[in-house]
Design a protein around this ligand. Structure first.
Ligand SMILES: [Zn+2]
Length: 116
């Protein structure tokens, strides 16, 4: 099964054929379909910008056991492309469990997998 989506109206079609059936709508709009290809999952899915207090920012994601925060190498700002970042793991009482450092580009690219 292939999935196509109209780049103008967002209408999507699942079909076995190479081309989605494409009649104009009653208002004259004819969908311009492109195929939706499933990419790899976003390694930073679920992370959100979070103000950690004291003017510090981080990417944070809640987990079953607590939460994960990703900052720059100083631990007080958003991680930046081309730089090392700090990935901190915390329990539900905000106790630091541990941290690792890695180039943020490798985290973003999925080469460094983060789970908790
Ligand atoms: Zn359309």
């Amino acid at each position: 099964m292939r999935e196509f989506i109209c780049t103008d109206c967002g209408h999507n079609v699942h079909t076995e054929s190479d081309e989605p059936f494409n009649m104009p709508w009653s208002d004259g709009h004819r969908c311009r379909f492109r195929e939706v290809k499933e990419g790899p999952p976003d390694p930073l899915k679920g992370f959100e910008e979070f103000h950690t207090g004291g003017g510090c920012m981080a990417l944070q994601k809640d987990t079953v056991l607590g939460y994960i925060m990703i900052t720059d190498s100083d631990g007080c700002d958003m991680p930046k492309a081309g730089q090392e970042c700090t990935i901190g793991f915390y329990d539900n009482e905000s106790n630091a469990i541990g941290y690792v450092r890695a180039p943020f580009d490798l985290v973003k690219g999925g080469a460094v997998r983060i789970s908790h």
